[in-house]
Write a new protein. Structure first.
Length: 412
């Protein structure tokens, strides 16, 4: 089997995901992704005639983010029309899955050169509102709901915290640490290799820094925030009139949820895009490229759709087994901070040293542009392995529907 190599990784800074307020919010989603495509192609002298496929994640494929946004972005970037593209949706896990599928194509021998990545403009998707038939991921499929009730993800996070015994103090403490680490990383330039400033078409700078972090966050400031998802419990899911509280009780009739998540210990709503170049070693040698990493193993798992957010741990175990490795063989871990309890449970269940998990902070501090985040995390991992002169990193994240993709990369 042919090895797949990461040649380079690039991304935008993350902009606040509020229409008219975030620095990136006026960009068309495919134009924002095209900006990353343009930048990564230029700095690698990428011959876009040679691209076998472009694999892009996008979760809300509606209107501006519809119509195979991967293909539209590649065309908008001025790439060769021969560079075909596909757009996929694995909810939050789309940005890892896009890399995994591109790598799989290369490893199978079918492709020599692929670009993978993701994009999500949450400032735009927020304007679409919640359809009365679409407040859960089941899309209003009542038969499916009878089999697998799936609450709002924030409610799932609070359910897991309750079932697993994580307190408000536990999840807040991790959120404070995320802010501290993100601020240290920003101040010391840890993101500079991957982050590409986004320019308006007139050449002025739209955004050249992370826009979301809240430095100075403390346990005291977080304690002042009200929990959010208890307020969702009485909301009707759809025209049936059933509420989230009733949906939870279908599977957990006796669960008294301790609501612990709020805006400060949940992932931030942001805009962003990312891209990676992947190729065979032979193609890289022909271009004079020095690969930065080899993809060691990939895996995806599914689990309980009702709790939804618990699969990063089994995904990590599965990808480690495929690689013939244990957690002690991994230098650094990245697990998306969709909600604080996800990272807290990941660290506890795998018995990890917290000092090697999300070392530059995570989505609680930096934001989570849904389908772009996985690709961002892989680039962040690669940069940090190089900065610390370490070898191997594992990246994973939870997704809607109770799934998790994972990937292990190693420097070359």
């Amino acid at each position: 089997m042919t090895d797949a190599y990461i040649i380079d990784a690039a991304r935008t800074p993350r902009g606040i995901g509020k229409a008219g307020k975030g620095a990136l919010s006026e960009f068309h989603p495919s134009r924002l992704l095209a900006k990353v495509f343009e930048g990564i192609a230029e700095r690698n002298s990428l011959n876009t005639d040679d691209i076998d496929d472009v694999v892009v994640g996008c979760s809300s494929q509606v209107d501006k983010q519809g119509s195979c946004i991967g293909r539209m972005a590649a065309l908008d970037a001025g790439w060769s029309t021969r560079a075909s593209a596909v757009t996929l949706d694995r909810f939050c896990g789309s940005g890892i899955t896009s890399v995994n599928l591109a790598a799989a194509n290369i490893m199978s021998g079918m492709d020599d050169l692929c670009v993978a990545g993701g994009v999500e403009m949450m400032s735009y998707t927020a304007t679409l509102g919640n359809s009365t038939n679409n407040r859960t991921v089941d899309g209003g499929n009542l038969h499916l709901r009878d089999i697998h009730p799936q609450p709002h993800q924030g409610i799932c996070a609070d359910m897991i915290a309750t079932l697993e015994g994580f307190s408000r103090e536990d999840v807040d403490r991790l959120a404070v640490e995320s802010q501290k680490r993100a601020q240290h990383a920003i101040e010391n330039g840890h993101f500079e290799r991957s982050v590409m400033p986004v320019y308006n078409d007139d050449g002025t700078v739209a955004l050249d820094r992370e826009e979301f972090p809240r430095p100075g966050t403390t346990m005291e400031t977080l304690a002042e925030l009200k929990t959010v998802f208890d307020q969702f419990m009485g909301l009707p899911i759809d025209t049936t009139g059933e509420t989230f509280d009733q949906l939870v009780k279908r599977k957990y009739p006796d669960l008294n949820i301790n609501h612990v998540h709020h805006a400060g210990n949940s992932s931030g709503v942001v805009d962003g895009a990312a891209a990676l170049i992947l190729s065979t070693k032979a193609y890289a040698d022909g271009q004079g490229w020095k690969p930065r990493a080899r993809i060691k193993a990939m895996a995806t798992v599914g689990g309980d759709p009702t709790l939804m957010l618990n699969e990063p741990v089994p995904a990590a175990r599965k990808v480690l087994e495929r690689a013939g490795m244990t957690t002690s063989d991994i230098d650094l871990f990245e697990v998306n901070e969709a909600f604080s309890v996800v990272a807290a449970k990941f660290i506890r269940d795998l018995e990890l040293d917290p000092e090697i998990v999300n070392v530059n902070g995570g989505a609680m501090a930096l934001g989570h542009p849904i389908a772009a985040t996985g690709s961002i995390l892989i680039g962040t991992m690669l940069d940090e392995l190089e900065r610390r002169d370490l070898n191997t990193g594992l990246v994973t994240m939870c997704t809607g529907g109770g799934m998790a993709p994972a990937i292990i990369i190693e420097r070359v």
